[in-house]
Design a protein around this ligand. Structure first.
Ligand SMILES: [Fe+2]
Ligand SMILES: [Fe+2]
Length: 379
């Protein structure tokens, strides 16, 4: 069983006291006029609600977003202090095969652009259109985490002394990466220009972008390469990089949960979005993302190597895609039912007494933990 470490009730306590609503955040108390608080609460919307420059989350409507925000903060980590000594020694030796080296290069090459695409899209497409403060708050935290992920790639590039321009040029030319990036950003320019979100078709475009970034890209297209790099880590190879990808994976599980939550709340408030045709559009969009991802997996791992079977990674793509679809009440695309990488659970369900990595994980846990409340979000 997964323990719940930060649940909404623990994050914020809310009670009425005469003419006031009293909120308790850990050891802080806030008193709000009950009548005004109720008015503000009723006016709050995911999109098309009142905007306020204050970014004051009270009165709190979207509790789960605030819980995820707190969870993200509790999982904070810093790339620069991850020790890369062992990675450098191995990288500069002949003990890493050309195929293993290629996986690391693909990891650096793909994520260097992908993290930037996510950060930019969450900023200009998602956060900008949200109107409820607690949703904006959580999205802004996600953007900060995407910057940390980009920073971790710089730490890898700098530590291994990889030629930055060579990496950029090389990976821009790989068709499977180019196609993945073009596919996910296809609708973004229009959304960045600002569209009228009172129209159903535009609300659907926004919902599709949210689904595309958080469920297809972060929730499906990131995972096979994460698993490959963590497979190397499991074999005690490139452990500094593995550790950073472990923290990144943990962050991504929160981003997926946040995206799904916002999408569900958006649909609840705007049922006109959720037509049969639109649901099918999302399933088709995922199917296209899966096909592109499988092409990418074949590029990363053209044939099986020690501890890694291409078939398992292809199945993992299906497994993750179906998990994202069914969690939104959409039909699965494949017949894959089981996670081919059960051992990856250990990476996420890390406990002090059962530390998969001999590293700093526990030191980076602050008031929260590495765990999430929803099993579906985990790896
Ligand atoms: Fe990220
Ligand atoms: Fe992310």
């Amino acid at each position: 069983m997964i323990e719940t470490l930060l649940n909404p009730e623990e994050v914020v306590l809310e009670k009425e006291d005469g003419n006031h609503v009293v909120y308790t955040f850990q050891n802080k108390t806030f008193r709000l006029d009950k009548h005004k608080a109720r008015q503000r609460l009723e006016a709050k919307r995911v999109i098309n609600g009142p905007r306020s420059a204050e970014l004051n989350v009270l009165p709190l409507k979207y509790h789960e977003a605030y819980r995820i925000y707190k969870q993200m903060k509790a999982n904070h980590w810093e790339p620069d202090v991850i020790d890369m000594t062992k990675d450098c020694t191995l990288w500069n030796s002949d003990k890493l095969s050309a195929k293993e080296r290629w996986i690391i290069e693909m990891g650096v090459g793909y994520f260097s652009s992908a993290e930037g695409i996510v950060g930019d899209s969450v900023l200009h497409v998602i956060e900008d259109n949200l109107t409820a403060a607690e949703l904006k708050h959580a999205s802004l935290r996600q953007i900060a985490e995407e910057s940390i992920h980009m920073d971790s790639l710089l730490h890898i590039i700098g530590s291994l002394n990889i030629d930055l321009d060579e990496v950029t040029a090389k990976f821009q030319d790989i068709p499977s990466i180019r196609r993945k990036n073009e596919y996910i950003t296809r609708h973004m320019p229009e959304l960045k220009m600002g569209i009228d979100l009172t129209k159903t078709e535009n609300k659907q475009k926004f919902a599709k972008a949210l689904f595309g970034i958080t469920q297809v890209m972060e929730g499906t297209q990131f995972y096979a390469l994460f698993a490959m790099i963590l497979s190397l880590h499991r074999q005690n190879k490139m452990t500094g990089i593995g550790q950073m990808f472990q923290y990144t994976l943990r962050d991504e599980s929160n981003h997926i949960a946040l995206g799904r939550y916002i999408l569900q709340e958006l649909i609840n408030e705007n049922p006109d979005i959720w037509t049969e045709a639109f649901r099918q559009e999302l399933v088709d969009f995922m199917a296209e993302g899966v096909a592109l991802e499988k092409e990418f997996v074949r590029d990363c791992l053209p044939e099986d190597i020690v501890g890694m079977s291409q078939k398992d990674f292809l199945e993992y793509v299906d497994y993750n895609a179906d998990r994202r679809l069914t969690s939104l009440g959409l039909p699965a695309l494949s017949t894959v039912k089981n996670n081919p990488f059960i051992w990856l659970d250990e990476v996420m369900f890390l406990k002090k007494e059962k530390n998969f990595f001999e590293t700093r994980v526990t030191e980076y846990q602050t008031s929260g933990s590495v765990k999430n409340t929803n099993e579906d979000d985990l790896i």
